[in-house]
Each structure stands twice: as structure tokens, then as C-alpha cells.
Design a protein around this ligand. Structure first.
Ligand code: ATP
Ligand code: MG
Length: 161
């Protein structure tokens, strides 16, 4: 499946619009004007971006800002999703992609969720031959970086399913 990142992102933003507007946050999306399409599964990639952007909305106070950038790299695309929310303590950072891992049970419980969103996202991104990483500072914000190859290895993608 050939996936246009611009339309994927526009469509994803419409899906999180109710959640975003309920917190009166801003999402700035700056697509690269000449983005290549990537080979992949539209629905699964959309699930990744819904997970990450929903997290940013959920773990950022009302009126907060979320910045989404898409750039081309040597062999693929780089998508960054950055918020100015509550952040993730350094001690928890290595574990947030684990199944059911949630930072600070008390803080997370009131937000709702199962702790699966990032584990699933990582699995999908890696299944597409890409990579996902995070940088965060408590009380400052969180930045997720996702790379996806322009031509993903379909065999590798199938094996992860
Ligand atoms: P769900 O399964 O509904 O997605 P969840 O959001 O708790 O539940 P993950 O999406 O896997 O689970 O995220 C794991 C944990 O990482 C969260 O519980 C939260 O503590 C932390 N986290 C993820 N994204 C952010 C973010 N943008 N800012 C701050 N903390 C975050
Ligand atoms: Mg989540």
C-alpha cells in the first residue's frame, strides 16, 4: 500500500480533533512540501499517529501546544511529535515502550488507559522497518521521533504481524 504522509496526517488530525478541542490545545502541523510516499499499511500507521498524538493531548495541560513536523531524510522520512506537557521522568523513559508500563500509577490512573499504546506503536513502526524514540523532560515536555523508510521491506513487515 502506498501511503501519502500528508493525507495520512491530515486524516489523523481530524480523528483527534474532538479530544484536542476539548482541551483547547493547539496542534501545529508543518509538512514538508515535497514528501515522498511510503510503502506500508495505512490503518496501522494511522494507529501509531493516533496513539502518539492522543498521548500528547492527554499528558499536556489545557491550552498546551503540540508540534508535528515531517521531514525527508536520506532514506526515508522523519516525523517528530513534540508537546509541552507533563513530561516523563528520566528513570521511566527506558521502559515506556513496554506493554502495560505506565509512569507513576497515581498520575496515570486518573487519565485512564492501559499502557499498551506505545508498545503497539513500536511494534508497528518496527514492522515497517522504521524506528521510534523519545526524549523528554519532566515538567517541560516530550518529543517522539519516528523514522520510516521510503521503501519498507514487506517481508519484514509481514513477519511482525
Ligand atoms: P493507552 O493504552 O490508552 O495508550 P497509556 O497512554 O497510559 O494507555 P502508552 O500510550 O503506552 O499508555 O504510554 C505509556 C506511558 O507513557 C503513559 O502512561 C504515560 O505515563 C507516558 N507517556 C506517553 N506519552 C506521553 C507524553 N506525551 N507525555 C507524558 N507522558 C507520556
Ligand atoms: Mg496512550
Amino acid at each position: 500500500q502506498s501511503v501519502g504522509i500528508n493525507s495520512l496526517m491530515e486524516n489523523t488530525l481530524s480523528k483527534v480533533e474532538v479530544q484536542r478541542s476539548s482541551k483547547n490545545q493547539q496542534i501545529n502541523y508543518h509538512p514538508d512540501s515535497k514528501l515522498p510516499t511510503i510503502t506500508g499499511d495505512w490503518d496501522k500507521l494511522q494507529q501509531v499517529f493516533i496513539n502518539i498524538i492522543s498521548n500528547s493531548i492527554k499528558y499536556t495541560d489545557p491550552e498546551g501546544n503540540i508540534k508535528i513536523n515531517v521531514d525527508t531524510t536520506v532514506n526515508g522520512i522523519l516525523i517528530t511529535i513534540e508537546d509541552n506537557g507533563i513530561g516523563i521522568p528520566q528513570n521511566d523513559l527506558p521502559r515506556i515502550f513496554e506493554r502495560f508500563y505506565r509512569v507513576d500509577k497515581a498520575r496515570s490512573r486518573q487519565m485512564g488507559g492501559t499502557g499498551l499504546g506505545l508498545a503497539i506503536s513500536k511494534q508497528i513502526v518496527e514492522g515497517h522497518g522504521g524506528n521510534i524514540s523519545v526524549q523528554s523532560k519532566e515538567g517541560v515536555g516530550t518529543k517522539f521521533k519516528i523514522t520510516l523508510p521510503i521503501e519498507s521491506d514487506s517481508k519484514r513487515g509481514n513477519r511482525s504481524e
